[in-house]
Design a protein around this ligand. Sequence first.
Ligand code: 6PG
Length: 259
Amino acid sequence: MPVSRDRVATGRVHRIGGQDAYLPLLAMNCQVVRTKNFVADAANLIVDLAHKTLAERKEFRIALSGGNTPRPVYFELARVGHDLPWDRILITFGDERCVPPDDEQSNFRMARESLFVPARVPEKSIMRMRGEIDPQMAAQEYQDHIDLLATQRGEQIYQHDLILLGLGDDGHTASLFPDTSALDENVRRVVANFVPKLNVWRLTFTFPLINHARQIFFLVNATKQRKLIQAVLDGDPKYPASRVNSAAGEVTWILGQSS
Ligand code: 6PG
């Protein structure tokens, strides 16, 4: 698996006021995996972590990301992960569009077609966000489910073993878009977030839940702008994705390289 890994230096030298200034990266303890085999390597990294976690904890808790980038990765995951005990894997969603589950915009539908059906994932392993009902009610319902899982496991906040995230062209991740109210949520784990520029409601995990995960994988294929990715890695606060920082574990950027 020809990938290059480098740990992002914990800071960069910038010229400020003619002086060299050392700017620590804003708490993003992460590694960057650059690969020309994005789909295969991303799927293999997920499967490796699943097997390792199942061996240690008998359960693997993963949150899926939406959009277009993960679809081929999920197909590959279903293929290379065919021997995974899917009945011991608990699948949640990091965000969802407020549409019915069979809508082409639905992240659930995308995951069902590319992973759940090909891998024969049992229904009991899937926790869907109900995008078809009132957004506030859907967010509260999903948070109650997540909180129940935490209580059943003696945890304050449900700790995912892995959260998959994407990167939008405006630096959003999950459905945490720039200049939206969910960015400032410090208590609730799941909220309904109105996105004025799309004129839609979205359901989304908040930073308290995301940053509580043991591992976070950003899946970013070669179509994403390098400048944006570097700005996020440098902790540019105008990009919501730069506020992702796994307090308990690690953030891994899996970056597709075209050439
Ligand atoms: C969603 C996602 C969102 C996505 C980015 C990137 O529901 O849209 O969860 O955060 O990851 O928008 O989307 P693409 O992969 O389609 O570029």
